[in-house]
Design a protein around this ligand. Structure first.
Ligand code: SAM
Ligand code: MD0
Ligand code: SF4
Length: 351
């Protein structure tokens, strides 16, 4: 019975891949509601009504890679790309900090400009934001050599984010062309060994099966990351996957709820980068406890999956998100509350 599986997960925070598959296969509306309600109970028990918030600073949209799903893949020539200066990145992070956002997610494509001279520019940017602003930092720079993680930590990053997208090896290789599955999986482990918190993530609607989704949730939930996410794939013009039929958010919402049951005290995002602000309520109701991809307007900043949606109209702005959270009976977490989460979850440095 579905109800028994939900109850087991709620109580034990553990499910077999077959049981995850059972929950990922739910179609019945009433059963879906029971799943979301259980996820909310677990989230509220662990975190009360506070929701964490991350600003998204996509500071370079240049990339040498050619991921088939991504708008910014190197073969997508003729699109608008930009690279922000260190000063601009510091400024953007400072305004996020002043607005009460918990973290600045410093994200880039695998931009050779940032990687040259032993990743000097990347490390300089992280230390400038750390030293001059003091906001918590997530680095999302793509795959790195193992020796870089201690340096990223020393520069002042709290987190390293790198999404496997799927734990189906064959599918991974057909999406992340010429990238190593094992190397990308190891990124998270190396980051944690260097004392960084790590985030893993999956995408939904890439041609994976329900079984693949269940196995990916199982793998992500056992790796030890303090943050795990699911995002629905948004087809991008000018890419090999541009004609894929987009999914609605149901599979993502199920994944969020199941991840919540299995990762009770962890961070699970509601990304505004999939459906914009319209997607906030459903994801929070499925058990998310963090809003990511908050982007201030008028700064010439882009999202990844939705590079424009809701940015210039201010719907992804701090004020708007805080207001919506209040409307839903939640409130945004203070920086002290966020830091106490980090201190409780930061891995011990062994490398
Ligand atoms: N370039 C770095 C990398 O790939 O790890 C950092 C960028 S990271 C923000 C890009 C992530 O956004 C991908 O790992 C993927 O999960 C997500 N993403 C990219 N394109 C997307 C799309 N079209 N729809 C949904 N999610 C997407
Ligand atoms: C988001 N667009 O949070 C961002 C991105 C990168 N660490 C995160 C996928 O949705
Ligand atoms: Fe580059 Fe990241 Fe896009 Fe892949 S997902 S093409 S690595 S920016």
């Amino acid at each position: 019975m579905i109800q028994d599986t939900i109850a087991k997960a709620e109580k034990e925070a553990r499910l077999t891949p077959d049981e995850i598959f059972e929950l990922m296969s739910i179609k019945d509306k009433g059963e879906l509601e029971e799943l979301y309600a259980a996820a909310r109970r677990v989230r509220d028990r662990e975190f009360g009504k506070k929701i964490f918030t991350y600003g998204f600073v996509y500071f370079s949209t240049y990339c040498k890679n050619n991921c088939t799903f991504c708008y910014y893949r190197t073969s997508n020539t003729g699109i608008d790309r930009y690279r922000k200066s260190k000063e601009e990145i510091v400024q953007l992070s400072a305004s996020l900090q002043d607005a009460g956002i918990n973290l600045s997610d410093l994200t880039m494509g695998e931009d050779p400009q940032m990687y040259k001279d032993g990743y000097k520019n990347l490390l300089d940017i992280i230390s400038a934001v750390h030293d001059e602003v003091g906001i918590n930092i997530m680095a999302s720079p793509g795959a790195l050599p193992q020796e870089m993680f201690a340096k990223v930590r020393d520069a002042g990053a709290d987190w390293y984010a790198c999404y496997q997208e799927t734990y189906n090896r064959g599918l991974f290789e057909s999406l992340r062309l010429n990238q190593s599955y094992d190397d990308r999986r190891n990124q998270k482990i190396w980051a944690m060994e260097a004392g960084l918190l790590a985030e893993d993530g999956m995408m939904i609607g890439l041609g994976e099966s329900v079984r693949d989704r269940a196995e990916t949730i199982a793998e992500m939930s056992s790796l030890g990351c303090a943050q795990v996410r699911a995002m629905t794939f948004v087809p991008q013009v000018g890419t090999p996957m541009q004609d894929f039929t987009p999914y609605d958010s149901t599979e993502e919402l199920k994944a969020i709820a199941i991840m919540r049951l299995l990762n009770q005290d962890k961070l699970i995002p509601c990304s505004l980068d999939v459906e914009g602000i319209a997607g906030l309520r459903t994801r929070i109701n499925a058990g998310a406890n963090l809003v990511t991809s908050i982007v201030p307007p008028s700064q010439h900043l882009a999202g990844v999956a939705q590079h424009e949606l809701d940015i210039e109209n201010g719907n992804r702005s701090v004020e708007h998100v805080f207001e919506m959270l209040e409307d839903m009976g939640h409130h945004h977490a203070s920086s002290a509350e966020y830091r106490s989460f980090l201190n409780a979850h930061r891995p011990k440095r062994v490398a």
